[in-house]
Design a protein. Structure first.
Length: 263
């Protein structure tokens, strides 16, 4: 097992149990105490975990689930720019899917002016945004399901609906993206529904502003390489750009809009 594979397994165990002991990891991974400690040092340096005596717990940047209303104001210009760029990738008459999230909700407003769309979404906020004007131009399919605090419709009802559909492009908002953890969300059921959406899309387009870099939620739904296209903003650090350019199919970086601007 490669170092990154071991570290991903360790991170999974920490998330699952809330903490792990070095002695437990040596048995689980079949490696030496020294190897486990090196892996913990690496994960600690990246902020994914916090080392404690004899083991590790979740790091300080591993976050809980926010509602849409707590999106930082400072991130709004970047989200607006990403949403506008994503909407420009859609052609009239296409069948597309949008996940729940602040950026996808902003994107929905742009779709209101694109005629002939069929939009699949597991978010009532996205559906409302798409239908904000000229509603007769689009068909909106809501998946149904259990609503999370983030406004996502998830669970077996949502997954079953998604599993019966096919769409060209999926625009997927992420809570966090990290070299080890990949794309994550704080909600286990939402992670499952995100994977269901990814399974039915021809092209997976991740939408993640630069503040999402090295943020890790509870549940992962794919490695960085799961994105055919990743759209982010120019606040992304140079080292993050290098990692993402080597991992995703195509990295699209847009300049963040000034406050109050709209595309």
């Amino acid at each position: 097992m490669l170092a990154r594979q071991r570290q991903a397994r360790i991170l999974d165990e920490v998330r699952r149990a809330g903490g792990v002991r070095v002695s437990e990891l040596t048995v689980l991974l079949g490696v030496s105490d020294m190897t486990v400690r090196r892996d913990l040092d690496q994960l600690s340096a990246e902020g994914a975990i916090q080392k404690v005596h004899g083991g590790a717990v979740l790091g300080s940047h591993v976050t809980e689930e926010p509602g849409l209303e707590v999106t930082p104001t400072s991130a709004q210009p970047a989200k607006q720019a990403i949403a506008a760029q994503a909407a420009r990738m859609i052609t009239p008459g296409a069948a597309v899917a949008l996940s729940a999230g602040a950026t996808t909700s902003l994107m929905g407003r742009h779709l209101a002016s694109i005629p002939g769309l069929t939009v699949v979404t597991n978010s009532t906020a996205v559906a409302d945004a798409v239908c904000s004007s000229d509603a007769d131009k689009q068909t909106v399919i809501l998946t149904g399901g259990i609503r999370t605090p983030r406004g996502a419709l998830v669970g077996p009802v949502a997954d079953a609906t998604i599993g019966s559909l096919h769409f060209g492009q999926l625009f997927l908002g992420v809570h966090g993206m990290d070299p080890v953890a990949g794309y994550t969300t704080p909600d286990l059921a939402e992670a499952g529904t995100n994977r269901a959406l990814m399974d039915r899309a021809q092209v997976v387009i991740m939408l993640a502003d630069s503040s999402k870099w090295q943020t890790v939620g509870l549940a992962g739904f794919g490695p960085l390489s799961a994105a055919d296209i990743l759209i982010t903003d120019d606040g992304l650090p140079d080292e993050a750009r290098a990692v993402l350019q080597g991992a995703v199919g195509e990295l699209v970086i847009v300049p963040a809009l000034a406050e109050g601007c709209r595309s």
